[in-house]
Design a protein around this ligand. Structure first.
Ligand SMILES: [Zn+2]
Length: 452
């Protein structure tokens, strides 16, 4: 049979492959063959070794392979607030006394984006949607480190300096500048590296964008295609500002302006009444569920109600952490508290963090599960880790006990981007040190002396 073997770029073997495909196929002592960034074969390792002659083999003894995780809403530069914001406020843009986006330089944003992308990849997130100020810096970081990314700018016309004081003051100049930043991002980065980097539009929130600005974004996003990303019903202050300005709830406003539809990916969706939930459900929008951030702010989103009403659910970490596995178990716990029952299971939240996220981002035919024909985005976990024992059905221990620290190897687009827990295209130690320097300066400006 050996003489019939065909060449491939990469062969990954593993004790166990959890494909997370529609049939939840599990392969013991399995292998995955990759050519030209794409999975070309999955099956028993012995058979694949006979069928393929790989240019490179990753021997995955003591490894579990899962699809790369998909994080549908994040702001890597805001990692600068992590470890502080949790005890000071909720959404950084509305919180006084912390470093703000408009304080950053482009170089600051780049250093912090690199930190964020490093953490995400290290924890097995192979696809991330990220939007913030200086989005081209974020795209550059994602491109360099090898992550698959959907990037957008932070479009708004509310003056950021006044939001933290509870005021909404709109400025045409700020709106125009943020639109230009997002347009320049798309021009420069959309489609980079055979589509590994894609760009979208992201109006920050219904209260931080005036009606005129939201109409403008709608026009531009329709012409561009792709998704629209935003925050929705995140804070009582948002509801109050939108009500005072328009007489509507945030979902009603987005609906009126034509933005509440199956292309919208909206984070949080916390402060919603029954009518808002029904409206969002009918629209088939996707909720970017951020259970960790919500919980740390003392909030639980009505995720099960939204799903039952017809909304789609995907997972995100939204700044607080890069560990989507942690977000999965928080999602389960928070909904069990909210509904006083066993309403969510590990397989469902794994789906939210992989296939559902990919589908929401329009990448469902490319990533989100391990299947022949899909891009080779996968994560190898070390199953000698005590947190991955005992392994019975695989899903339970992965979601309830494992963490991003169990990730050993990460492959995106057929390229190894993390090996033995270390980045392959950049120096992780240098990234952390550079980000710390930026953080020291910005937190000092905010009146906090770093302990280091
Ligand atoms: Zn966010």
């Amino acid at each position: 049979m050996t003489d019939e073997a065909r060449p491939c770029d990469l062969l990954v073997t593993a004790d166990l492959i959890l494909t997370l495909d529609a049939g939840s196929r599990i392969v013991k002592s399995g292998a995955i063959a990759v050519t030209d960034r794409v999975i070309v074969d999955i099956g028993a390792a012995g058979q694949l070794r006979r069928r393929w002659t790989p240019a490179r083999t990753i021997e995955g003894r003591n490894r579990i392979v899962i699809p790369g995780l998909v994080n549908v809403h994040n702001h890597t530069p805001l990692m600068i607030t992590r470890g502080m914001i949790e005890d000071i406020g909720f959404a950084p843009m509305y919180t006084p006394g912390i470093p703000q986006g408009h304080w950053l330089t482009e170089d600051d944003a780049y250093a912090l984006s690199r930190l964020g992308m490093y953490e995400l990849l290290r924890a097995g997130c192979t696809t991330v949607m990220d939007f913030y100020r200086y989005p081209s810096s974020c795209a550059r970081a994602a491109a360099e480190l090898g992550v698959r990314a959907v990037i957008a700018g932070r479009v708004h016309d509310a003056e950021p300096g006044t939001l933290a004081d509870g005021k909404h003051v709109y400025s045409r100049a700020i709106g125009t500048a943020s639109l230009q930043e997002n347009a320049q991002l798309i021009e420069r980065w959309n489609g980079h590296d055979d589509g590994r980097i894609r760009c979208d539009w992201a109006p920050h929130a219904p209260d931080t964008c005036s009606d005129d600005l939201l109409r403008e974004v709608k026009k531009l996003a329709d012409a561009h295609g792709g998704n629209v990303h935003t925050h929705l019903s995140q804070l009582p202050a948002e509801l109050q500002a939108v009500k005072e300005r328009t007489g509507l709830t945030p979902p009603q406003l987005m609906d009126k302006l034509g933005l509440l539809n199956d292309r919208l990916i909206a984070a949080h969706c916390i402060h919603m009444d029954r009518a808002d939930i029904e409206l969002c459900g009918r629209s088939k929008m996707t909720v970017a569920h951020a259970p960790i951030g919500n919980a740390k702010g003392g909030r639980i989103a009505p995720i099960m109600e939204l799903q039952e009403a017809g909304a789609r659910i995907a997972l995100c970490t939204d700044t607080f952490s890069g560990d989507l596995i942690e977000a999965m178990r928080w999602a389960i716990s928070m909904q069990r508290i909210n509904r006083q029952g066993n309403v969510l299971d590990p397989r469902t939240v794994l789906d939210w963090g992989t296939r559902a996220g990919a589908e929401a981002l329009g990448l469902g035919d490319q990533v989100g599960s391990l299947e022949v024909g899909k891009k080779a985005d996968m994560v190898l976990l070390d199953n000698r880790s005590p947190t991955l024992a005992p392994l019975i059905d695989g899903y339970g221990v992965l979601v309830h006990s494992a963490s991003g620290h169990d990730v050993d190897t990460v492959i995106v687009d057929g390229k190894v981007v993390v090996a033995q827990g270390r980045l392959t295209f950049a120096d992780g130690d240098e990234i952390v040190a550079e980000a710390q320097k930026v953080a020291d300066a910005l937190w000092s400006r905010a009146g906090r002396q770093p302990i280091g």
